[in-house]
Design a protein around this ligand. Structure first.
Ligand code: PGA
Length: 317
């Protein structure tokens, strides 16, 4: 699905649950990216008007229409023993029913995890090869992942972008291939600290989104993970407002470049130093539809707390 190309500035619009001419005309008044405060003011006004007209339902304050989604990215951590303990902690944890829960073990432990973890939790890979398997030393194909019951793959993670050197186009192709073979894709985007400081956060995220948009056959099976690189593994979490602001912009970009339907339906999750203590405040943000969790996903009870922060979405309607 190709994105139309036009200036990045014109891509900005306000996230919409449903088309609204009033909101469209407001957002089109922005010829440049607004300052944070004007953005916040406009955004909260829009949210107020949307909330007022919303029908009652038990779950409100969630912009994506799917279930809350929480993924645990175990990265290159663990041993057979520590993973066995983590799986047993997850199996005995109480997890809210209304949440999609996924864990991504290192490749070599996928089989162990798949064979011991509750069916309640799905398995993701942390990477996949860009096409059909063959003479690609050290790679793992989508077909092999499916053979092990894997349902998801994380692609575009910043550690693969910035440490391994994967480029936008290559990541887009991987996503296209994985989706065409039936895997769900957790598509990661996010800016470096210097890019944020240079005011390029939206530009970077939109460019990374466009590379996905240019390559994927459909957005049905994609979850977007916004992970500011400066927040990953640093203990420096984005504020709920910083995360919300980018999630809104991402939804706006999808509305303008893919479709209003995709923008409204897609889940946009936040990643970067999420833990048991900060997840509730983040989860309260309307456009935060879940989390991708690194360090804190290695502790079963804490990961369960993060999963269960979905209850923050449930407020009296
Ligand atoms: P972190 O990692 O939670 O350890 O910051 C998040 C991620 O890389 O997905």
């Amino acid at each position: 699905m190709a994105a139309t190309s036009s200036s990045l500035a014109s891509h900005l619009s306000i996230a919409l649950r449903r088309p609204s001419p009033k909101l469209d005309s407001l957002s089109s008044q922005f010829s440049l990216f607004p300052t944070h405060s004007s953005f916040d003011n406009l955004h909260s006004n829009l949210r107020l008007s949307l909330t007022a007209s919303k029908p009652s339902r038990s779950v409100v304050a969630m912009a994506g229409t799917g279930k809350f989604f929480v993924g645990g990215n175990w990265k290159c951590n663990g041993t057979k023993d520590s993973i066995s303990k983590l799986v047993s902690d997850l199996n005995s944890a109480k997890l809210e029913a209304d949440v999609d829960v996924v864990v991504a073990p290192p490749f070599v432990y996928i089989d162990q995890v798949k064979n011991s973890i509750t069916d309640r939790i799905e398995i993701s890979a942390q990477n996949s090869w860009v096409g059909k398997g063959g003479a690609f030393t050290g790679e793992i194909s989508v077909e092999q992942l499916k053979d092990h019951g894997v349902k998801w793959v994380i692609l575009g993670h910043s550690e693969r972008r910035h440490i391994i050197g994967e480029k936008d186009e290559f990541i887009g192709k991987k996503a296209g291939y994985a989706l065409s073979e039936g895997l769900g894709v957790i598509a990661c985007i996010g800016e470096l600290l210097e890019e944020r400081e240079a005011g390029k956060t939206f530009d970077v995220c939109f460019q990374q989104l466009k590379a996905f948009a240019d390559a994927v056959p459909s957005w049905d099976n994609i979850v977007i993970a916004y992970e500011p690189v400066w927040a990953i593994g640093t203990g420096k979490v984005a504020t709920p407002q910083q995360a919300q602001e980018v999630h809104v912009a991402v939804r706006g970009w999808l509305k303008n470049n893919v479709s209003a339907e995709v923008a409204s339906k897609i889940r946009i999750i936040y990643g970067g130093s999420v833990n048991g203590g900060n997840c509730a405040e983040l989860a309260k943000q309307e456009d935060i539809d879940g989390f991708l969790v690194g360090g804190a996903s290695l502790k079963g009870p804490e990961f369960a707390t993060i999963v269960n922060s979905a209850t923050e979405k449930k407020v009296a309607a």
